[in-house]
Every structure is written in C-alpha cells, then in structure tokens.
Design a protein around this ligand. Structure first.
Ligand SMILES: [Zn+2]
Ligand SMILES: [Zn+2]
Length: 240
C-alpha cells in the first residue's frame, strides 16, 4: 500500500521541479552556515560540508536514551558531500536511517524515524529523571552522544532567521542536493501543495526563480520521508 501512496502523492500536483539555476551552488554555499563549519565547492559541482557535529545553538546538558540512561552531546566530526546539480529522479527514494542531510547549524537531518524504522521520534518523546529524549529543537544525539540530529522543524534555527509573514529561510541541504526549509511557505503560511516527499517548487528568499525544495513540517511527517532527486546513498552512518 505504501508504494502506491507515494507514487500517487509524487505525481506532481506541486508542479514539475524547475530547472536548476546557474548560481544554485553559490547561493547554497552563501547560506548562514555556522562559523565553525567548513563549506567548499569543487569543480565537479559538489558541495562539501564538514563540522564537529555539535550545533552552534544551545543543547541540553543531557538527553534521555531508550535504555533509561542519559547522554550529553559529544563531538562527532563528519564530512558530507552534496550534488549541486541535483537531478529529479523518475521515482522517489525513501529516506533511511542515519544522516539524510546537513543543517546550517552543524547538526544534521534524520528522517522521521528512530533506528527501528517505525518509531516516530517526535511522537515518542519521554523523560528520564526530567531529562527529555528530544529537545525543543526537535533534536537529540545518537546513544553515544554523537551525531546530534533533527527529526523535524529545528526551531532554535528557524526562530532566529525566519521572518513573520514570509517564506522560511534556507536551513540546509539533503543528500540529493535539494534544499531544506522551515515550515513556512509563501506569506508565512504552511505550504498546501507539498508532495509525498514534503517538497514543492516555488520561489524562496534565496531563489527568485522557482526551485524544488523541501519543507520540514509542524505536523507529520515532520522530517523528509523521501528524496525527489537521485541519490547515491539514502542515509549516512547509524540510524536513530
Ligand atoms: Zn517553499
Ligand atoms: Zn533520532
């Protein structure tokens, strides 16, 4: 049943993805990346982003784990590469566990699910001795404290850079090279034309000509359930 739903949802009500603008890579590299991140463009149109895995916004002193213990956020250095000439795929590809993209904070995006592939992280918050599983930024680290990741709207980023009544600002990129935005579409309202991958084609504060991009959402699925573009890997590193 799921493949049918995805096929129907991605049929293109939001309009076919537009051509990639010639300054796509330059605009993305000029996004509000955290100062301690490394962001570079290669001649073959790949964006390489690296960080110590600790976001540039506040995190909690500790996070609850499924086994009833807690962990602080620890350094977990990574490098990820993204195609800056993304290609719309003939079929969508489900996002998998592990990092599916990078945020301008240095944290990373994970799909809606925990490591079991079915537990929706944001619907399953709990506390251990007053310490929550997921913080108010809809994020937490892996059980080893590394790989701090968002499962939904990263409010500690969007609350700082988004403007009331306007489309959200660019807050990252996924492995297929398409960009990620907060919950607000044109006029500052949630978009009504998102496809099954939580994406649509339209203008954004960064792109004056319509481009395909994803929106994190305040309601399920919260994060990005599938890639609209071609991907070489569906997720990087361990899930959860
Ligand atoms: Zn949009
Ligand atoms: Zn998680």
């Amino acid at each position: 049943m799921l493949p049918l739903l995805l096929a129907a949802g991605c049929a293109g009500d939001a309009g076919e993805p537009a051509e990639i603008p010639s300054d796509y890579a330059e605009i993305i590299s000029a996004a509000l990346w955290a100062d301690d991140m490394t962001v570079s463009l290669s001649d073959d149109d790949m964006l390489t982003v690296g960080d110590d895995g600790v976001p540039d916004h506040d995190v909690l002193e500790a996070y609850a784990l499924m086994d009833g213990t807690t962990t602080p956020v620890v350094t977990s250095t990574y490098t990820m590469t993204f195609p800056m000439a993304p290609v719309v795929a003939t079929e969508t590809t489900d996002t998998s566990g592990g990092a599916i993209g990078v945020a301008i904070s240095g944290g990373r995006y994970f799909n809606p699910y925990e490591g079991d592939g079915t537990t929706v992280a944001l619907d399953s918050n709990f506390e251990v001795d007053g310490v929550p599983f997921v913080d108010s930024c809809n994020a937490h680290p892996l059980p080893d404290g590394g790989d701090y990741h968002y499962h939904g709207v990263p409010y500690c980023i969007t609350d700082v850079i988004d403007t009331d009544g306007a489309h959200s600002r660019l807050i990252g990129v996924l492995l297929d090279g398409f960009t990620v935005y907060g919950p607000w579409g044109d006029g500052g309202s949630p978009p009504t034309d998102l496809d099954a991958c939580s994406g649509h084609t339209g203008v954004t504060p960064e792109f004056a000509d319509a481009v395909y991009h994803y929106h994190l959402t305040e309601t399920a699925p919260y994060s990005i359930p599938c890639y609209r573009g071609e991907v070489e890997s569906t997720g990087m590193g361990p899930p959860a």
